[in-house]
Ligand binder design. Structure first.
Ligand SMILES: Cc1cc2nc3c(=O)[nH]c(=O)nc-3n(C[C@H](O)[C@H](O)[C@H](O)COP(=O)(O)OP(=O)(O)OC[C@H]3O[C@@H](n4cnc5c(N)ncnc54)[C@H](O)[C@@H]3O)c2cc1C
Ligand code: SF4
Length: 478
């Protein structure tokens, strides 16, 4: 009888793939976690308790069939694991790398709750699809039959790409428009390589292009093509433009040279990873080398900035956040990684102003305390009067979050419905807006969110379009 390779969480301890030592990883933009070896992946997958109600699956936005693909990995049936995994997730190798698993699947794993340590779901998900690419199992998209309908997708981030993949598989003619020169959205130009190496993203874009998805890059809707014109070109349009208006700090000196926006900084760094010419990096504006860097913010973007500055060879890196560690929005895992790499977090602090002669030389820092819980469910920060101090700085990076651009104004389409926050109003399940044939998905609907939610939205919007093309009948796009 075959040895039982499952339910081994009592005898086998939790292990993650090897993490590179901080001294080694802090000098390059390679990912910090190494790949599981096959035997280790099988062993770790075998820790799954195969529980009757898998909370990991419930709490995965894509409802990935996690227990089944873990069972297949434990039994060495990797190709089947891949088939199950890719049936619900368009980009499993990306989610396996960058989902905040501690808040989603792994945080709700039953054996984690019972004190045995979660199954390392994300690492195994990544391992399955990395292996599938290496083994050549990830085939080209080949629709059984071509369809006559055409869809225009605005935005080549994860929401747009997930929709493109699903529509194309069903034979729809898909064109993706993006104002950047490369596809991928924040996967390409926002998230740094130490979390997500760029060839991982580029191989997916190549697969989509080979499968017949047409990419029109360097094309901003509203500037190069009007929104109305785009609607006239296609049977349906998906708005998947993300959110890009950076929130600002309104304090004296905020416009001094040397005070820069997080996404400008991260985009420049990612472009250097592609060996692009970036004048604002080459002239030092967006390069942290040798500088005393202060990052303002406590979210994942701030974490990516501090860790990028370390890798660029900053003299020192400090992160100012107005709440404390327990109340920060960013992932605790990323804070720990940053601390290991030498970042200094100064909790309960906020800038009162920036000063310098001709360019920033210091941040005037005010100390904060947390009062009663505010609307966000976290302690409300209050200034501690008389406790200000000055922090020397050569480069200040503002990472305070993002808001939607004014799409109805930019696109001269006042009928495009938006919420009071500027996000697009779309049906929760079909993602249809009030404009006929116009759908919306990802951050532009949710506000700044996660890749896995963008993928889910994109897939659902594609299904809704297919159903609409078929006169209401639901079409399976696989
Ligand atoms: C620095 C940073 C780090 C992050 N880290 C993580 C992480 O670790 N894990 C995680 O899950 N999420 C992370 N996120 C969030 C995640 O990246 C987003 O939730 C996700 O990318 C949203 O996908 P999207 O497709 O809606 O939009 P985007 O990825 O923003 O893509 C939108 C695309 O639309 C294009 N576009 C916009 N307007 C136009 C126009 N008018 N015409 C043509 N094209 C247009 C843009 O150029 C862009 O390519 C991070 C975000 C940032 C900023
Ligand atoms: S997609 Fe994200 S939440 Fe879902 S199983 Fe994978 S890592 Fe977990």
């Amino acid at each position: 009888m075959a040895k039982n390779v499952l339910l081994r969480f009592v005898t086998v301890g939790k292990e993650t793939p090897e993490k590179r030592e901080a001294d080694d990883r802090a000098h390059d933009f390679g990912e910090i976690y190494r790949e599981f070896a096959a035997a280790k992946a099988a062993e770790q997958a075998g820790r799954c308790s195969q529980c009757g109600v898998p909370y990991c699956q419930t709490h995965c936005p894509l409802h990935n069939n996690i227990p089944d693909w873990l069972a297949m990995v434990a039994q060495g049936r990797l190709r089947e694991a891949y088939e199950i995994s890719q049936a619900t997730n368009t980009f499993p190798e990306i989610c396996g790398r960058i989902c905040p698993q501690d808040r989603l699947c792994e945080g709700n794993c039953v054996i984690e709750q019972s004190g045995h340590g979660t199954v390392t779901i994300g690492a195994i998900e990544k391992y399955i699809t990395d292996t599938a690419f290496a083994e050549g199992w990830v085939g080209a998209i080949a629709p059984a039959a071509e369809r006559g309908e055409s869809v225009g997708i605005i935005g080549a981030g994860p929401a747009g790409l997930a929709a493109a993949e699903r529509l194309r598989r069903a034979g729809v003619q898909v064109t993706v428009y993006d104002r950047h020169d490369r596809a991928g959205g924040l996967l390409t130009y926002g998230i740094p390589g130490f979390k997500l190496e760029k060839p991982v993203v580029m191989q997916r874009i190549a697969q989509l292009a080979e499968g017949g998805v047409r990419f029109v890059q360097d094309c901003a809707i509203g500037r190069d093509i009007g929104f109305a014109e785009l609607r006239a070109r296609h049977d349906a349009v998906l708005i998947a433009t993300g959110v890009y208006k950076a929130r600002d700090v309104e304090v004296p000196g905020a416009d001094l040279p040397g005070v820069v926006a997080a996404l400008d900084y991260l985009t420049a760094s990612n472009r250097k990873g592609f060996a692009d010419a970036v004048p604002a990096f080459e002239d030092g504006t967006l390069d942290a080398r040798g500088k005393r860097v202060v990052v303002i913010g406590g979210g994942d973007t701030a974490m990516d900035c501090v860790r990028t500055a370390v890798r660029q060879g900053a003299a020192s890196v400090r992160c100012l956040y107005r709440r404390d560690r327990a109340n920060m929005p960013g992932s605790q895992r990323e804070v720990q990684n940053a601390e290991e790499e030498g970042v200094d977090f100064v909790w309960l602090t906020a800038p009162r102003g920036f000063s310098g002669r001709g360019r920033v030389e210091a941040v005037q820092v005010q100390r904060m305390r947390l009062a009663a819980t505010d609307a966000t469910g976290r302690g409300a920060p209050q200034v501690v009067e008389g406790a200000d101090y000055e922090e020397p700085a050569d480069l200040v990076i503002k990472a305070l979050g993002f808001e939607p651009e004014d799409l109805p104004g930019l696109w001269e389409e006042p009928a495009l419905p938006v919420t009071r926050w500027g996000t697009i109003k779309a049906d929760f399940r079909t993602h249809a807006t009030a404009l006929p044939g116009v759908y919306a998905a990802g951050d532009i609907v949710r506000g700044a969110s996660l890749v896995v939610w963008a993928i889910r939205d994109g897939r659902e919007a594609a299904d809704a379009m297919l159903a609409a093309f078929d006169g209401g009948a639901r079409v399976a796009a696989e």
